[in-house]
Design a protein around this ligand. Sequence first.
Ligand SMILES: C[S@@+](CC[C@H](N)C(=O)[O-])C[C@H]1O[C@@H](n2cnc3c(N)ncnc32)[C@H](O)[C@@H]1O
Length: 195
Amino acid sequence: MQKSYFDRKVEYFMQPVPAEVERRTRAIVEAAGLAGGSRVLDVATGVGVLIPHILERGVKAGNLMGCDLSEQMLAGARARYPGVFFWLGDFLDFPRSLGPFDAIFFNACFGNFFDQRSVIDTAVHLADRGGRIVISHPMGSGFVAALHKSEPEIVPHLLPAEDKLSEWARDFRLQLETFRDEPDLYLAILRKSPQ
Ligand SMILES: C[S@@+](CC[C@H](N)C(=O)[O-])C[C@H]1O[C@@H](n2cnc3c(N)ncnc32)[C@H](O)[C@@H]1O
């Protein structure tokens, strides 16, 4: 259902992002503390909205991968960023051999996952020691709640509240480094132990 929905919506997502949203998207990427040598995975990359901001932080295109299950969304991303490797499929099937990553982004997609806990489990396997798992939305958790209400089959869940993130942090030995749930910005950063 996700795949056919987003395959049909690609033209909408190819439109330019409003400047205010772009500014908050840049702030989300900045918060991940990327360095020149960072290896980065953009999960549910869509048409690659996060990618210019990741490249702007000095990450090399060859160290950046995107994953999405919509062929049409990935076709848009591939046309825009030919130097980046894109993997087509469900994130839960993303090959562990393509890791580890210093940062794994989930921007504007986390409410779409049917089994959020398994998504975190997969991300923990793919993250390097000290790596960050960044869950974000530049329109905020209220926007996702409205989508959840209007299209529950496409957005089956809300963005995780702080107590849910703390539960995952405890269960997967992560540190909840950042949590911001503001009217127009949601940002949670979970960090894997450096040991
Ligand atoms: C609203 S778009 C967001 C795209 C992008 N992250 C952004 O910031 O604009 C949600 C994307 O999630 C993808 N998606 C949904 N479930 C997925 C899954 N299980 N594995 C990989 N991608 C998924 C959809 O195909 C779609 O491209």
